[in-house]
Design a protein around this ligand. Sequence first.
Ligand code: WTA
Length: 651
Amino acid sequence: MADRIVAPKSDIARVSHVSSFAQYERLYQAALTDPAQFWSECAQRVTWFHPFDCVTSQNFAKAEVAWFLGGKLNASFNCVDRHLATRGDQTAVLWVGDEPGTYRHISYRELHEQVCRLANVLRAYGVNKGDRVCIYLPMIPDAVYAMLACARIGAVHSVVFAGFSAQSLRDRIVDADCRVVLTANEGMRGGKTIPLKQTVDEAIANLPVHTVLVSQRTEAMVPMRVGRDRWLADEMPKQRAYCPVEWMDSEDALFVLYTSGSTGKPKGQLHTTGGYLVYAAYTHELVFDWRPGDIHFCAADVGWVTGHSYIVYGPLCNGATTVLFESTPLYPDASRYWQVIDDIQATIFYTAPTALRALLRFGDEPVKKYQRTSLRVLGSVGEPINPEVWQWYHDVVGDKRCAVVDTWWQTETGGILISALPGATPCKPGSATFPLPGVQPVLVDEQGKELLGNGVSGNLCLASSWPGQARTILNDHARFQQTYFAMYPGLYFTGDGCRRDEDGYYWITGRVDDVLNVAGHRLGTAEIESALVSHAYCAEAAVVGFPHELKGQGIYAYVIAGKSADGVSTADIVAALKQAVRKVISPIATPDRIQVVAGLPKTRSGKIMRRILRKIAEGNYGELGDITTLAEPAVVEQIVQGHQAAKWPTG
Ligand code: WTA
């Protein structure tokens, strides 16, 4: 059956940056024919203190790419200072607090003042150009000030999502060798408080962190270690509201952001200044069809790349009003997003399919209670969006008036690579549609042979660089090269599977490596396994994903109990292991299902056959394939019986 096509709305097309599919195709061709010219023009959207003399140099074999070489700029200047003359009084950051009705408008002028003061605080505590600073803050304006303050003085921020455990935070602080940490006494989310300072105290015990700067989000008193911990509210007023910007080389580091891969240790993706900023600003304008006056509401957290690119750097570089949303889609009820949208007259809204699936369960009524007439563009990110959810987003949330853009990208890509454009692209619900101008996707088979033409499925790669591409993994370039460039020589490998249909539309089918995508969060199976075996009750663990109605993927853990678990009930083992994962990684990594097993299916060389475990977790016992080559084929039958006996709910 032919896929349904949703045409671009004519009143959006009339005024959008790219207003027809033919125009998109022309742009795409232009970028393909003369990339240097295309990107050079694109780079003019940012202010350079000194122009670049070479657009790009690329060597995928060595995993080396660079953009806008010789250029000098500063990201903080581009996101703040350059707007002062024309937009000083415009709201730069619109903070939406956890409690309904809490709003704060921060103008570009105020943003400038706060960023400068905080930059001076950092300097006063010894932060220099190139130093890494850890930001473990909730969704409060200080988080934005902190990122831009680092950028201002050339320090490299490492934002750690404030839902990560002390252990995860510690690993990231150690890996990046951060000596200064910014946090808050507590966070607020969905009416609950989160003990952030306490987590930091635990994380940095015996580490060489010399300064902890603490925002005061709640009234709670927290222990402050003399000589190390300082209240930001005491420090900022002491500093001048002016701080000169550091002239950064285009290829100087801007930030590091950790993400999960298929091995245990999270990877610190390093992004540099010129290319990242140009790409974030370019894609923000093009994909969301941003224009002056828009209220851009991206509901992500600054702890993820979506928050970096589409709450902070992209929108602010373009001089937008960007929303910082502290709460959750369900607090105090399933109307929260729509209520906020009406209150602040948001024109652009960007969220993850997992949030939409959760809201869809409450039906249309919580949406329809609000007008939503301000909305024009609706975006989706983080995981494949089910066609039914896409349709609901379009029909109900967007009242069939708004453009829906499903945006595919990764922490490594810095910005969106494949997406519809609001006024130009006829959409197929569930497909991210087409690559942006300047982006060259390639599908390859297992052997690395390029799959040409349409109607093909394979592994998604990119044939050449784009400015927003991560440059390396902090402290581990070999791993960077190995992970992304070794598998298919000459190509960047994304780790995603993808289908290009008969009409050339791209459909991302999910990860092909041992990475799970749980409620839009990226988690490595190896990370979760190592958290499980850190508990004495667990001798061995194998983790796979299974289809989950709300989260997209759920986490299924098969564990072999350790000696210490002798005499302990299965329920207690399961509870203890869940707790262990929460503590070692984060509540977001808690396995949904844990099955205690006597053995795991392994090849004779000892490799765990995850393919079999995946099928069992899905309940597809009939598709286990050939198991005769296993060391002990009998374990499979036992595991199947255990799975059946557990009677997990279906769907
Ligand atoms: C998945 C988030 C389908 C994909 C920006 C990718 C998607 C991983 C989409 C990156 C989408 C992201 N459709 N899948 N629109 N967007 N993904 O690094 O598997 O947290 O590789 O970046 O999320 O996750 P990350």
